[in-house]
Design a protein around this ligand. Structure first.
Ligand SMILES: [Fe+2]
Ligand SMILES: [Fe+2]
Length: 203
C-alpha cells in the first residue's frame, strides 16, 4: 500500500527529497544493497553502545537506547539472514562519505552540551535518511517479499529518528535543539548537493 506510506519529507523535515539515485536501484546488485544495509545496522548498534558508555549519567538515554542496541543488532541479523538465504556474501564495508561528512560537521570542542546535542542530532539525521531510503526500497524493489521487508525497516527507523530528537529535548532547551537541527538540515542539504555534483554514491 503505497498511498498510506508516511510522507518522509514532511515528517522528517529533510530539506531535499531523496536523491533520485536512491530510487534508481538498477545499477546496484541485491548483494550490494544488503551489504551496505548490514553495515548501517551495525554502525547504528555500535553508536548506541558508545553513547551509553559516554553518557552513562543520563539515565533516560541509557534506558531508551539499551533496547535500540538490541533492535539494531536484530536488524543486522535479519539482513545477514537475507544474504545467506540467497547464497549472497556479506561484502566489505565501503567508505561512507555521507556519514563521514556529517561527523566533520559535529562540534568537537566547546561545551559538553553542544557536543552531546550534535552527536544525537547526527544519529537523528542518519535515521531519518535511512528511513527515507528504506521507503524508496519498499516501493522500488521488484520482489514483493523484499518490499515488505524494507517497509518494516522504514517504520522502525522513523521511530528511532523521533527518539533521538525526544532525547535531545529531554536534556536541553527545545529552542536550542530546534535551532541546531535547522543548521544540521541546511548542512545536510548542501552535503547532498555536493555529493550529487561529485557523483558520489550514496548508500
Ligand atoms: Fe535499524
Ligand atoms: Fe535505527
Amino acid at each position: 500500500m503505497q498511498e498510506d506510506s508516511i510522507d518522509v519529507k514532511n515528517i522528517l523535515g529533510l530539506q531535499l527529497p531523496s536523491d533520485p539515485r536512491w530510487v534508481d536501484l538498477a545499477p546496484l546488485s541485491l548483494e550490494d544493497i544488503l551489504t551496505d544495509h548490514a553495515y548501517c545496522e551495525q554502525k547504528a548498534a555500535t553508536t548506541c553502545i558508545s553513547l551509553i558508555q559516554r553518557y552513562s549519567q543520563y539515565e533516560k538515554l541509557v534506558t531508551e537506547l539499551a533496547p535500540i542496541v538490541t533492535e539494531e543488532w536484530g536488524h543486522f541479523r535479519a539482513v545477514l539472514n537475507e544474504l545467506q538465504k540467497r547464497g549472497l556474501k556479506l561484502g566489505k564495508q565501503r567508505k561512507d562519505i555521507y556519514v563521514n561528512e556529517l561527523l566533520l560537521f559535529q562540534k568537537k570542542g566547546g561545551h559538553v552540551d553542544d557536543r552531546f546535542l550534535d552527536e544525537l542530532l547526527t544519529m537523528a539525521l542518519i535515521e531519518a535518511r535511512s528511513c527515507e531510503r528504506f521507503k524508496r526500497l519498499s516501493e522500488g524493489l521488484n520482489d514483493e517479499y523484499l518490499r515488505k521487508f524494507y517497509r518494516m525497516f522504514m517504520e522502525s527507523e522513523a521511530g528511532h529518528y523521533t527518539l533521538f530528537i525526544t532525547l535531545c529535548e529531554h536534556y536541553l532547551p527545545k529552542k536550542k535543539v530546534r535551532d541546531r537541527w535547522k543548521e544540521w538540515l541546511e548542512f545536510e542539504k548542501d552535503l547532498m548537493n555536493r555529493m550529487e555534483i561529485r557523483g558520489d554514491r550514496i548508500h
